[in-house]
Design a protein around this ligand. Sequence first.
Ligand code: NAI
Length: 723
Amino acid sequence: MENFKIDVDADGIAMITFDVPGRSMNTLTSGVMREIPEWVERIKSDEGIKGAVLTSGKTSGFCAGADLGDMAGGMLAGGSLQDAFDAGWRLNGALRALETCGKPVAAAINGLALGGGLELTLACHYRVVGDSPKIQLGLPEIKVGLFPGGGGTQRLTRLIGVQAAMMAMTEGKSFRPNDARGAGIVHEVVPVGDEVEAAKAWIKGGGKAVQPWDDKSFKLPGGGPYHPAGIQNFLVGNAMIRKQTYGNYPAATNLMKAVYEGVQLPMDAALRVETRYFIKTLMTPQAQGMIRSLFLSKQELDKGAVRPAGVPKSDPKKVTVLGAGMMGAGIAYVQALAGIETILIDRDQESADKGKAHVEELLKKRLSRGQIDQAKFDALLGSVTATTDYDLIKGSDLVIEAVFENREIKADVTKRAEAQLAPGAVFGSNTSTLPITGLAKASVRPEDFIGIHFFSPVDKMMLVEIILGEKTGQAAIAKSLDYVMKIKKTPIVVQDGRGFYTSRCFGTYVAEGLAMLEEGYAPALIDNIGRMTGMPRGPLEMHDDVALDLSVKIAKQTKEDLGDAYVPLPGWKIVQTMVEDLGRYGRKNGMGFYDYASKPKTLWKGLSDLAPVTIADSTPEMVEDQKRRLLFRQAVEVARCWEEGVIDDPREADVGAILAWGFAPWTGGPITYIEQYGLKAFVEQADAYAAKYGDRFAPPQLLRDMAAKGETFYGKFVGKQAA
Ligand code: NAI
């Protein structure tokens, strides 16, 4: 075997060490899945083996789960349903054989165990885990459009009951060691390094080789569907899943079905039910799109897929942040966590200190959760210097500018910072709206000037949009990407332009909601339709969140820049009146489309005077059409960005859209949405919307040409940059 080692000790205990060669972390590759039945058979048939301990040979973790690229392709490669089932059953069958091998098997979990990694341990009779804040245990498959297919739906449910298991699996939630023990997922938490000894001690102490569910007296905790309390879980659970997913995620529905049917069956049959639903889910366009974007493409981008190859790798050690406001403080925090020495500069010491206090607050949360200890807390906080002194910039590899969104102020701080920078150091602006080429005019070294656009809140949002000015050089791109990778965020690289990529496309969602409002749709319906598309919130709610006065400011700036070419957006007057006449700025002053005085927020009553409801249609057909309209409007803008050269890699377009503005994740992103819809059908539908609602829906020529030639974005463009 390549991936497992077996050593039998003098007591007859077999140590199974999981150690995939050449990788820093264990994953369930097809090779690993082929080998599991081999060692299971050895434990079962070797009379010298009295029991077994399964552990990891990696210091980085136990097992991070399935290698999805390998697995998804592999399982569906055979072409027939039976082939797919057989491939899916291989792991499930082997794990069932493990738990029924007749000898006690303990898992010594010495690092994080997620997805298939945790499922492997659930098929052991006993689980010991090291007491480390770095260890997480969970089944996060739902996040990539799947659900646990290695017995997790059946074993976790039988261990902790339907309600707790469904919550853990539908949220993809992970547990820290002590929480996992409290929940009943593991048996014992021991000091780091003692896992194997404790596992062996359990075996030597007469550990039982029977799973609870194979014991005749087994009762499902909390009861199953034919139990008065148990049935509630399914009634309420179904409703909750519907509320959370609006039926957009087959994985969630199929997970519920696998649990409902499975808990009524003996384990062998239950596992087969799980495999059937798992394969069925894997075959859906939603799972395929999500796996590609949220797992494979994201991983590629995280590893620098779009980094210019010719520039040597850099490692930013000292980075200055200009502006210690909401964004600057957040950036300082993520830098500190990544081990970067940070100079945090503001116009006065008080403002700089306020920024550092925010870093401290966020670090305290980590301390209280046990993720860092006091010494680490002190070191991380100590790595951030709050100051007004530009001299301290000296020696910085990079400067991130996050001062007020004002050209003059930005120009001034650019000049002052550059005076301190060594040749080759990069200056990145976190501007959200001002084109980079224009800002670079203040720079004496525009080849080192670039946009590094974070999202709010910085500590939670995983994307960073890198924006190239006209003169930005390859070295600045590479260094910026090295920085983004160091702070463990996902980078995309886009060209300069109004709203860059993410803000421009997100803006269309909000604007289309406004158009619907003007047409006479009821505001509650508009936001419900928005949520039903799979967007995180409705367009009016999101408009309130970004602030209505900001919208007015941007519209005015655009009008000034475009002159006669400026066309006001439909519904624009409603927002202008709300801001300029009524002082309704959105969530930030508690008054927007909604009133925020009470919780939950309620729609502002006065809205019906400004935008009377005239559309009475509430048929499902109308809802479907308007859901599609909202997605189409965004997808057309993405295609337009492509045609204009703002983006040129489908992976960046898809991953960026989901991570930056929450573009309905079930689609796999706007490019995948267009492709799964079919380019030809998409162009026809977009033309129909253009005829009805206006030119903003008109598909760009590029899309028409690609549709006519039968091309796809993924077929045509992936790998282009490497070539
Ligand atoms: P903020 O108002 O919270 O912080 C700006 C900070 O810059 C303040 O602490 C201010 O004292 C400081 N500052 C102003 N003039 C300065 C000067 N001459 N020298 C040093 N410091 C100075 O603003 P926020 O929200 O942090 O935004 C900062 C930048 O990030 C803006 O360009 C904004 O467009 C951009 N941005 C904002 C996002 C958001 O959601 N708020 C998202 C992405 C980018």
